[in-house]
Design a protein around this ligand. Structure first.
Ligand SMILES: [Zn+2]
Ligand SMILES: [Zn+2]
Length: 401
């Protein structure tokens, strides 16, 4: 089942790069395996979202997807070129059952625009129907991403970071080891060996050669230079990719008040771009470990505090823990179980608003543990003084309809 990539990302077909990016970010965050541990369905959705974004974020893949309704790394699937000649190579590739006219006309125009002239004579054959050339734009060159790959922005990296409760509140600085692709320092990201750039003798730099087949003449992409018109030796350090994998130590400052799921962007620390294109960004999703009794509710801190019945009944001044240390809380006379009290500005400092949240104290009235005779006597005495039924309000509602 081919998925509709636009539907997967929940965007319209006219959506621009930024909208697609935003939609991807939102969904990737929602379904990220780090945030949904053990959830197989979320993992599948995450993969689908990534697959969709992989195609729609890449201008060439998107162009193909928009035009023919699918994208394949391996070229046209057998079904697309359903004619008998589909499996043949070279200029006799079959076109049966597939309308290529639209592909040709649009492919030629945008190919020339996106190449920015850097591909030399390679695109010139497209106008006269050189389909191989158009395919090579979509599928990349058969021999891998050698010289001639266009400049593209590097991909973003996602990283999950666990911090503890106090680090989240006070802010922290952490060193992360990030595996990323870096621009090759030897060739400067071009993938070419320095000084090896010469005119291709096969095509005299035009990037295309003419082939005779019976009475027909065909323009083909020059097989020797792969249409670039230049012969280059690949950089030995990166194998012509222009990028190398490295593990880099990145210093990240988590601002005070970070919340569960906060996302931080570290600009330029994603993967390097191709052919000296700009690098992507590094995105860090923060996970905060829970505290034994402090609970974060945004910038507020909630805590459950047990009180005795005499404290609740008579009123008392009790000490409660806050993130600053002990604080005094006045429990009024007649406080009941579950009653909440607010300690203003004893919550978390939000580094964006520079304001502190509150601490909410949730009172839990404890029933006394009665083992001695004297306490039992006191409670019996209390019962005699207060014979009223505490369930009266319930009975008043009527048990049966
Ligand atoms: Zn290199
Ligand atoms: Zn050539």
């Amino acid at each position: 089942m081919a998925q509709d990539f636009y539907q997967t990302l929940g965007v319209a077909r006219e959506a621009d790069t930024e909208e697609i990016r935003k939609a991807y970010r939102k969904l990737a965050r929602k379904h990220h395996p780090d945030l949904n541990p053990g959830d197989k369905a979320a993992e599948d959705r995450f993969k689908k979202v990534q697959e969709a974004y992989d195609v729609l974020s890449d201008p060439k893949k998107k162009q193909m997807y928009d035009q023919v309704g699918f994208y394949s790394e391996n070229g046209m699937p057998a079904g697309a070129g359903a004619g008998a000649g589909a499996r043949e190579q070279g200029p006799h590739m079959g076109f049966g059952g597939f309308d290529f006219s639209d592909v040709f006309s649009r492919g030629a125009g945008s190919g020339a625009a996106s190449s920015g002239g850097s591909r030399g004579g390679g695109a010139s054959g497209a106008a006269s129907g050189n389909f191989q050339d158009i395919f090579s734009q979509w599928f990349g060159r058969q021999h891998g991403e050698g010289p001639g790959v266009t400049q593209q922005k590097g991909s973003d990296l996602e990283y999950g970071l666990n911090i503890d409760f106090w680090q989240a509140i006070k802010g922290t600085q952490v060193r992360l080891k990030i595996s990323r692709q870096e621009s090759c320092p030897v060739c400067g990201g071009t993938g070419e060996r320095a000084g090896s750039n010469t005119v291709c003798p096969e095509c005299n730099g035009s990037g295309s050669v003419t082939q005779q087949s019976g009475a027909m003449r065909f323009n083909l992409t020059c097989p020797r230079c792969e249409g670039t018109g230049r012969l280059t030796n690949r950089c030995g350090n990166c194998g012509g990719d222009g990028r190398i994998s490295t593990t880099e130590s990145v210093e990240v400052r988590i601002p005070p008040g970070a919340q569960q799921g906060s996302r931080l962007r570290v600009g330029g620390k994603g993967n390097a771009g191709t052919m000296g294109g700009p690098p992507g960004d590094l995105y860090i999703t923060v996970r905060v470990d829970p505290h034994p009794f402090f609970r974060r509710q945004g910038d507020d801190i909630e805590i459950t505090v047990p009180v005795r019945i005499d404290e609740a009944g008579l009123g008392a001044k009790i000490e409660v823990p806050t993130i600053d240390g002990r604080a005094l809380l006045k429990i009024p006379q007649g406080t009941h179980n579950g009653q909440k009290f607010r300690l203003r500005e004893k919550g978390v400092l939000n580094s964006r608003t520079n304001k502190r949240g509150d601490q909410i104290v949730d009172v839990q009235v404890l029933a006394p543990v009665v083992q001695d005779e004297r306490t039992k006597e006191l409670l019996r005495e209390y019962a005699q003084l207060h014979p009223e039924d505490p369930r009266e309000a319930i009975w008043a509602q009527g048990v049966n309809p």
